[in-house]
Design a binder for this molecule. Sequence first.
Ligand code: B12
Length: 512
Amino acid sequence: MLPRTTRIAIISLYALENNGVRHIAASLRHAGFHVTEIYFKDWTNNHFPWPREREMELLLEQLRHRRIHVVGISVRASAFHRIASTITRRIRLELSLPVLWGGMHPTFLPERCIRQADYIAMGEVDRQVVEFFDRMDRGQDLSTCKSFWVKTAEGIHRNDLAPLVDDLDSLPFRDYHSHSDKLTIQGTRVRKGDPFIHNSEFTMLASRGCPYWKCTYCSNTVTRSLYDGLGRPFRVLSVENIVREVEYARTQTRAIRFVRFDDEVFPTDESWVEEFREKWPSRVGLPFEVLVDPRMVREKPLRMLKEAGLRALCMGIQATERVNRELFNRDIPNTRIVECQRIFRRLGIRSNLQIIWDDPCSTDHDKDELFRLLMSLERPFEVFLFGLTIYPSTHLARRLLREGRITPRHVEGESTHAFEQFRVDLDYPRPAADRRWLALVVLSNKSFIPRWLLWRLYLNQRYRKDPAPLLRLAKAANLLHLAQTGGEMALRGEMSFLLLKRWLNLRSLVTM
Ligand code: B12
């Protein structure tokens, strides 16, 4: 291997787990580069405080102390645009280092991002990033690197995207061992070592992309058109590779109690699932959780996954039939949701049903229908409410802007909605009618409240004028339910300081 002289730092903003940073760092280390991963602050539910001056100083000190030559920043979510710009300015001003941005946000808005950074990486760049730094290391021309935009004195070089990596197994595992080259900056401290590996929860992906990719609010509508003709939109890792990654991670820690697969949708191809059922229990043996889509829920693969240790899943209902079809481009009848929940109950898999709230299209009638749909589902189930966040360049953003229903200020990047109401909380200011619906939806899944009582609350005209008492009831029920869930996790040995810190935000309690 060639001796490399370029010393690289990659910064993760407010995410200790950041897959993107971990993959990029692993690929570069694999090619012989010296890479420092810097985890700059962590996320907490609905609260992303602006970096303190001391945190900025610590970051700059570390870059100086480690004699870094070039800094990469992972700008995964658009809401981080301003924070990333501020950090970039400080690095360039105080250290005169070039800065490279990568992640979903520069992929969505390259023209805007290249104004701030010296270089941007578009889309997935596991292989191209090695070529980019290889050229930099040899002092060669960067301006023709595929998937990269490069700012030079002559102007901006905008290169086409390289094809997607088809064989995900060919990529190195995310690195969980280079402890001295991993730092976390939070408050007044710099901690060495991997900040996530000692957590009870291990997160990973079994795939990249999405087989549906048409839901208007999602990043996949953007990446799909960018990668048109450049590879399959949905790629799945082999079961063997997944199992090996967990085995490798467990050589670094004994803390892992369960695994959460963060895929857009977990693979359900039957032969793949069958192999998973054979290998996971004997070689990993940990409970795991996945995300599914109502269009792919079938009893047979789910039964096999249950046998392998699947204990809970998340499924996006998003909205009722009309809104799903007309606003989100999801053709999913309500009867399908009812059927899915029946399957989950038959198999004894805990279901977390996700709903998008605060969309500009749902009428009183739609909310009524949503409540009725939830009331018709077999209990128990969880309801996870998310506030609609409008990501730039998505089909939804473009349509709502075109129709004049939103202004550019409502689009993430300008807006930081994902920081404030990503998960809906009951105290957020909303019109009275909406607060009543929200309270009813939050109450709908609480098994300790009988359904007849819920119908009486629903029919009571008083709450239409003044939903405050209903909201108080919903808050109390939610708190009780959260305590119950937290207690169960503690009993299973899964509660960690990190999870508490992320989710126990008393100013904005998550609704479940
Ligand atoms: C899993 C996931 C999460 C997990 C992360 C788990 C983990 N271990 O990383 C969790 C639940 C923690 C999470 C949190 C959030 N997420 Co999220 N998440 C995803 C999801 C589904 C996959 C991300 C992923 O791991 N991809 C696989 C990796 C390998 O790809 P990647 O991150 O894109 O990285 C590649 C390239 O982008 C690039 N790259 C990335 N960083 C860098 C840096 C440099 C220097 C370079 C050169 C290249 C580079 O190279 C990488 C390898 O090819 C995406 C959707 C998607 N398809 O991307 C949403 C997504 C990224 N999330 C999103 C959002 C909004 C958030 C939150 C803000 C939500 C919230 N309020 O809590 C937080 C932000 C947390 C944070 N501080 O970053 C949005 C962002 C949209 C936007 N424009 O803002 C997305 C796109 C989903 C969507 N709705 O469309 N998320």
